[in-house]
Write a protein that binds this ligand. Structure first.
Ligand code: DI6
Ligand code: FE
Length: 399
């Protein structure tokens, strides 16, 4: 079989089938950016590659997937970090006009070029650790012009760098000051005006909302979900992060691809997610940064067979984190996830959380050739180390 590139003498964590799908003597072959073979050398068809790359026993995993970020935004919130160090809580700061609304002001003041320029170093940090797909949400504009500008900036990041960008419309992230006291009016504007514009311009791959006491109610979230469905867009949800509003169960009812955070998720929510095939995206960076103490119900999620994804939640308020490797370490250390769960959380299950399970997330024929090649002896090292990057090479779409 003729192919563009053959990576030989590799050890593979295919992340397909059971567990990590480990193969000691493996190879990967790709043509036109797509994997044509990934598996044991012994079972490989006769391959006639244009280019042959000797991996000298290094490990290959699927390119990593960060399935929940707020990478595009203006400004930072290091000042609020200092206030929190002095004892203020995240919710107190939010209610006092800080929080998401302060980032909204900085984002509204930034041009599209400025948004791209400020996001690039964060994106580059992720890429440097083998990330090949990143989800990016809007939600710091909270008006038509800025939400659209954020999504355009997110799309442009996928042109400026060799990375796949999945965009998510998060207009329902916080109530902008213009709509103070009229959350329903804001939701109506999102559903009737802004979402139509975003959908018509092809700027969003999914729709998200912040269902929370300091965010939007269950009823308001449901209106967003209905509008998303009318535009044929899949939904996901920030649910049960600070309290239990039963958002995950509502999301499951709307066949959400993921429900995210989930510290306060209850058994009924777990069962609803299991029935709907909704991925649980856990965000240990936010848990750590706001010093949350309530753990997501890991044992119940496992028992119900809910797929678990892990992501950075990179955002200026609750998770200024740009390392998916450290996220895995936190998933293991703070949440008690196994090495296999952490690695599947940033590969196969991350892909499912984006509705992209048919294209990325595993090393299998037919998937995009997104690879991370690591200087490690065992896959567990990717989860075990803190602040160390063993990436040897990163391949995106075969390049
Ligand atoms: N939950 C979060 O942790 C972030 N957004 C959300 O809905 C926080 C965003 C911020 O504080 O800027
Ligand atoms: Fe988030």
């Amino acid at each position: 079989m003729r192919c563009d590139t053959l990576w030989t003498r590799a050890r593979l964590a295919t992340c397909a089938g059971d567990g990590l799908g480990l193969i000691e003597q493996g190879c990967v072959a790709a043509s036109d950016g797509t994997i044509v073979y990934a598996g044991p050398v012994a079972d490989a068809p006769v391959l006639d590659p244009v280019q042959r790359i000797d991996c000298a026993g290094r490990w290959i995993t699927p390119g990593l997937i960060d399935c929940h970020t707020h990478l595009v935004h203006g400004g930072d919130r290091s000042h609020e970090f200092e206030l929190r160090l002095a004892g203020a809580s995240y919710e107190e700061i939010a209610r006092a006009g800080g929080g998401i609304v302060s980032t909204m002001e900085a984002t509204r003041a930034a041009s599209e070029d400025a948004l791209v320029a400020s996001a690039l170093p964060r994106l580059d940090a992720l890429i440097a650790e083998g990330v090949t797909t990143v989800e990016i949400k809007s939600g710091y504009g909270l008006d038509t012009a800025t939400e659209v500008r954020m999504l355009r900036a997110a799309r442009r990041l996928g042109v400026e760098r060799p990375v796949r960008v999945a965009t998510t419309f998060l207009g329902a992230h916080a109530l902008p000051p213009e709509y103070a006291g009229d959350a329903d009016g804001y939701i109506a504007m999102l559903c009737d005006v802004l979402l139509s514009q975003v959908a018509a311009a092809g700027l969003a791959d999914a729709v998200d909302a912040f269902c929370e006491g300091i965010g939007f109610s269950l009823a308001q979230t449901e209106r967003i979900f209905r509008a998303a469905a009318a535009h044929g867009l899949p939904v996901k949800l920030h649910a049960e992060q600070l309290s239990n509003l039963h958002g995950a169960a509502l999301a499951a009812q709307y066949a959400a691809i993921s429900a995210d955070h989930l510290e306060y998720l209850d058994d009924a929510g777990v069962a609803a997610m299991a029935r709907a095939g909704t991925v649980a995206t856990l965000l240990p960076g936010a848990y750590y940064f706001v010093r949350e103490t309530k753990l997501p119900p890991i044992a119940a999620l496992r028992a119900a067979g809910v797929p678990i994804a892990l992501a950075t939640d990179c955002n200026p308020g609750t998770s200024p984190l740009t390392s998916l490797l450290l996220t895995m370490n936190m998933g293991a250390t703070l949440f008690g996830l196994t090495v296999d769960e952490c690695l599947l959380g940033v590969t196969r299950n991350g892909a499912q959380a984006l509705g992209l399970a048919d294209r990325i997330g595993t090393l299998e024929a037919g998937k995009a050739c997104d690879l991370a090649i690591w200087d490690i002896e065992r896959p567990a090292e990717l989860v075990y180390r803190m602040g160390f990057n063993p990436l040897h090479a990163r391949i995106w779409s075969g390049q």
